[in-house]
Design a binder for this molecule. Structure first.
Ligand code: ASP
Length: 430
């Protein structure tokens, strides 16, 4: 019998073919055809993943909490999770800051190239600025108030409300444990069955993953090239050093922090972890969205990494919204890079301010494509770097977004395994 190709190879093939198709489309004039007939396939896949995210979070949190023997452990799990999330993010920002200060990629950019980059992306830059302004103008405690919605239906109708959904589910889960068993059993069994069904739906959605990533990659390429394909080459050359620093920082963070967590806290081999994470990372890379990757990450953590549902159900949705190490690391590099291009030297206090604001803004970034660059504006403002500077880096942002999203989801999974290990909720899977 012929051996079936593993999923990650199929996804990889889809990516390579998508890349090639995108390049051919630009050169042979198939851009409109690609936009009209290929790109929608990627969109359908993203929609399906987002569609399944909310039922998956609700059912796994409720059944997860219901299966906890003592409800007090919930506070401990929450404390551990948030503590590790915040510390890994501070690490990520520090790594980014060290590399960008050592290599100073912004100093090499000439004024001429700077002006060219700024004018090429000024419109898109304005959009990022005004979106960030709306975030900034809100009262300080508004994000806290937002966590407690007044209407379940309207909250569940918007995928950007992940954190609210987590909170509602935790409250319901606790209530389920507190009421009479006779009354709670039918609900728990119902949720259990919903959970099984959504897991199967994820399997079904993943059947089209290779074709979908083909479409997603082709779409990324034609969008990157825009109406002027020569420009992207120029932009890539001008921003090469900056991109290398971001990529090196992301890689270093992944190796030092995540593989360190796997080796020393989870006590498993880093290769085992990386091997199991391949499909999830490739999907995060292709979709640039932690939210869209969440259902696959949850399933993978349970089935491939051996984490019990009560941990994945809680840690991963929380991680997809608040734990964005890749994003914060990139924001630190980008902020200092823009300052360097404008000839500003940031002192120690300003760099410490970057640690704090990049931490907060990555917590506030949604797990959707391009969220990190919008929140970068807030980091720039906090240290007095001209915010129009975002226009400088927009040309290559999508490529970096793909990489930082892969880091974001890897971080969520590594922390999930660590919390599971500490709570004795990690099964040995080979
Ligand atoms: N796209 C990233 C994510 O979904 C967020 C960002 O950095 O833009 O994790």
């Amino acid at each position: 019998m012929k051996k079936k190709l593993p999923l990650h190879i199929k996804i990889l093939l889809g990516m390579v073919l998508g890349l090639l198709w995108g390049l051919l489309a630009i050169n042979l004039g198939w851009v409109d055809f690609t936009k009209d007939y290929i790109s929608p396939l990627g969109k359908i896949f993203m929609n399906l993943l987002k569609l399944i995210a909310i039922p998956m979070i609700v059912s796994s949190i409720v059944t997860g909490i219901a299966s906890l023997n003592d409800i007090g452990s919930l506070g401990r799990i929450g404390g551990r999770t948030i503590g590790i999330f915040l510390s890994t993010t501070v690490f990520a920002i520090t790594i980014g800051l060290v590399l960008v200060n050592v290599f100073q990629p912004g100093k090499a950019l000439s004024e001429e190239v700077r002006n060219k980059l700024m004018s090429a992306n000024s419109e898109a830059g304005q959009v990022a600025l005004s979106t960030a302004d709306q975030v900034k103008e809100r009262p300080v405690l508004a994000p806290l108030v937002d966590l407690f919605p007044s209407n379940i239906i309207s909250t569940a109708s918007d995928n950007t409300n992940m954190l609210q959904i987590v909170i509602i589910s935790v409250i319901f889960g606790i209530a389920v444990v507190m009421i009479n068993k006779e009354k709670s059993q039918p609900f728990i069994r119902f949720m259990d069955s919903v959970n099984e069904i959504v897991m199967k739906v994820v399997d079904l959605i993943m059947l089209i993953a290779p074709v979908a990533v083909f479409a997603l990659l082709a779409d990324v390429i034609i969008k990157l090239a825009g109406d002027n394909p020569e420009l992207i080459l120029e932009v890539l050359t001008a921003l090469g050093a900056y991109m290398l620093v971001v990529l090196a920082a992301l890689l270093l963070h992944m190796v030092l922090v995540y593989l360190g967590i796997v080796k020393f806290i989870v006590k498993r081999s880093p290769w085992w972890f990386l091997k199991k994470m391949r499909p999830v990372q490739l999907l995060a890379f292709s979709t640039s969205s932690s939210n869209a990757t969440l259902p696959v990450n949850m399933e993978n953590c349970e089935k491939e990494l051996g984490v019990k549902e009560e941990i994945t159900g809680f840690v991963l949705p929380l991680g997809a919204t608040i734990n964005m190490d890749g994003t914060s690391c990139y924001q630190a590099v980008a902020a200092v890079f823009i300052a360097q291009v404008f000839g500003m030297d940031l002192n120690l206090l300003q760099q410490l301010t970057i640690i704090l604001t990049a931490l907060l803004s990555s917590v506030g970034s949604a797990g959707v494509p391009g969220a990190g660059v919008v929140m970068l504006v807030i980091v720039l403002k906090s240290v007095g770097v001209p915010t129009e500077g975002v226009a400088l880096i927009l040309g290559v942002d999508r490529i970096l977004d793909m990489c930082r999203t892969a880091v974001n989801v890897t971080g969520d999974a590594a922390v999930c395994c660590a919390v599971a290990k500490m709570e004795n909720k990690l099964e040995t899977v080979n």
